[in-house]
Write a protein that binds this ligand. Structure first.
Ligand code: ATP
Ligand code: MG
Length: 244
């Protein structure tokens, strides 16, 4: 498994203000799988991603990245594992404005003092179609191009698994389709493992499997999703009586 959680619980606050964002979630993501996570706002999608990626600590349960149980790791080891094995694509691209596209892409490796595998980085840049834009700064790039830089940055260090929180949330449908096609091809051609949060049935249809979260629990799963089958399943959870 690329990532696994058993009985993962995450609670915020205490006493009267206690919120259970994740309620004993168990999930496994095999190597080379593209999983989409869907669910209403507040259902725990981002919390699940952050916990799986070691960006947030669990209140209870266990999490593994590969064979490493990250819920047992001390800060320094966790930081190291996150740096070496995990890529994260944030919704708000999190690019540094003073650096060029290329510098942004190689930044995590530069910080780690690790030499980039140049052939690999070239391949990633080529695949995301950024070759002509490498010297531009984020403000000189379109939203779609910035998101492609964020994708390339996540892929450049060849992480075992990539977590993407609504990577196409801010993009028009054409730029979104480019990113999704790229993520899909990184799974098919490069064996990448991806976990992606999305609200969009079309985006979810690029995945191999869709997990549905509600109130901090996984309530359903859909294999080989199509946009229509995802939409049908979403309606099921939408509560009775609501019309589109
Ligand atoms: N730092 C925090 N402190 C307190 N409560 C939090 C915190 N972060 C998240 N929550 C709560 O945990 C629950 C799950 O939040 P989460 O961000 O995981 O939802 P989500 O499914 O990603 O929603 P969205 O689709 O709106 O991004 C929500 O009820 C939220 O208010
Ligand atoms: Mg969220």
């Amino acid at each position: 498994m690329a990532a696994r959680a058993e009985g993962l619980t995450k609670a915020y606050g205490s006493g009267e203000t206690r919120v259970v964002a994740l309620d004993a979630v168990s999930v496994s993501v095999p190597h080379g799988e593209f999983v989409a996570i869907m669910g209403p706002s507040g259902s725990g999608k981002s919390t699940l991603m952050h916990c799986l990626a070691g960006l947030d600590t669990a209140t209870g349960g266990q999490i593994w990245i590969g064979d490493n149980e990250i819920t047992r790791l001390k800060d320094k080891k966790l930081t190291q594992l996150r740096r070496d094995r995990i890529g994260f694509i944030f919704q708000a691209f999190n690019l540094l404005p003073t650096l060029t596209a290329l510098e942004n892409i190689t930044l995590p490796m530069d910080i780690a003092g690790r030499k980039a595998d140049q052939a690999w980085v070239d391949k990633v840049i080529d695949t995301v179609g950024l070759a002509g834009r490498l010297k531009h700064r984020p403000t000189e790039l379109s939203g779609g191009q910035q998101q492609r830089v964020a994708c390339a940055r996540a892929l450049a260090s060849r992480p075992d698994i990539i977590f993407a929180d609504e990577p196409t949330g801010n993009l028009d449908s054409r730029a979104g389709a480019e990113i999704l096609a790229f993520l899909r091809s990184s799974v098919d051609d490069l064996g990448q493992t991806i976990v992606m949060v999305t609200h969009d049935p079309v985006a979810a249809s690029y995945a191999d499997r869709v997990l549905f979260l509600a109130d901090g629990r996984i309530v359903d799963e859909l294999l080989e999703p199509s946009a229509d089958s995802v939409l049908d399943r979403m309606r099921k959870f939408d509560g009775a009586g609501r019309r589109s």
